[in-house]
Design a protein around this ligand. Structure first.
Ligand SMILES: Nc1ncnc2c1ncn2[C@@H]1O[C@H](COP(=O)(O)OP(=O)(O)OP(=O)(O)O)[C@@H](O)[C@H]1O
Length: 270
């Protein structure tokens, strides 16, 4: 019991026995199959797995963008732990706005708005307290966006657009930042820059980052990696090398759903 309590306190997000099914009968797809995982606060965790293993579904469900069919999700926030399951849509919207940042592969910026307007948009919705100007300047400066603030997305490169999206996710100081393939559309140099910024968010701003990636080199930037296969956690690794992760991905692809001998299988990475 003591261990469980300690794990709960240290976890930024904990998911217990998540299930999710799309469709019915023979056409049913089960992207989450009794999935339990814990993401420690103040750390950078990568989520990897074969295509269709449930990574994006997990991110969306953990971030309150989609609802699981069963299981529990607990998010540690400034106001204490919040269970996402059972919240009304209105309550969920508030939790997303106040405690969650999300970075999408396709940036998802508002085309008619400047970079600055995009960055502060979530913070200005719903009567929320305005963004901390000092922190805004710090983030924008660290992300190299100071002289791009008045540009619209179409006037920015892909890498710059993703940096705006990273700034948007960080400025409100959410409890946790989810990133779903944030480097998937970027060239290698821009991708490395975004990864460096996510690392900075953890190391300098003390934030929690959970990132889905297909790229073993990108995952190696994280502190630990959770490997999914067939809707379950099959392995967790602390500070793995890119080579170890590439080998683990091959293994997960060939032994879908079967935990590797001697590996952690409870989903806990804290
Ligand atoms: N809205 C949806 N409706 C029906 N099926 C869905 C939906 N979203 C996801 N799926 C299915 O659920 C499974 C898991 O999808 P998910 O996107 O979570 O996998 P993934 O690991 O992120 O894959 P990839 O690496 O290819 O992005 C897939 O078979 C997918 O087709």
């Amino acid at each position: 019991m003591t261990t469980l309590a300690k794990t709960t306190v240290q976890a930024a997000v904990r998911a217990e026995a998540l299930t999710k099914t799309y469709g019915a009968g023979n056409a049913a797809v089960r992207p989450l199959q009794n999935l339990t995982v814990s993401f420690p606060a103040g750390r950078f965790t990568a989520v990897m797995g074969p295509s269709g293993s449930g990574k994006s579904t997990l991110m969306h469900v953990l971030a309150g963008l989609d609802t699981p069919d069963g299981g529990d999700i607990t998010l540690a926030t400034d106001r204490g732990p919040i269970s996402l399951t059972g919240l009304t849509e209105k309550q969920l919207t508030r939790v997303r706005r106040d405690s969650i940042g999300f970075i999408f592969q396709a940036y998802n910026l508002i085309p008619a708005m400047t970079a600055e307007e995009n960055i502060v948009l979530p913070s200005s919705l719903g009567g929320r307290a305005q963004v901390d100007k000092t922190f805004f300047r710090h983030v924008v400066d660290r992300l190299g966006l100071t002289d791009r603030l008045h540009h619209r997305p179409f006037e920015l490169s892909g890498g710059q657009q993703q940096r705006v999206a990273v700034a948007r996710a960080l400025v409100a100081r959410p409890s946790v930042v989810f990133a779903d393939e944030p480097t998937g559309n970027l060239d290698q140099a821009s991708g490395a820059e975004v990864l460096d910024l996510l690392r900075t968010a953890v190391d300098e701003f003390g934030q929690t980052v959970i990132m889905v990636t297909h790229d073993a080199a990108a995952a190696a930037v994280a502190d630990s990696t959770v490997l999914l296969a067939d809707g379950r956690v099959v392995q967790t690794r602390e500070e793995p090398s890119a080579e170890e992760l590439a080998a683990a991905m091959l293994h997960a692809g060939s032994v879908v759903g079967a935990p590797a001998a001697g590996q952690a299988t409870d989903g806990g990475v804290s």
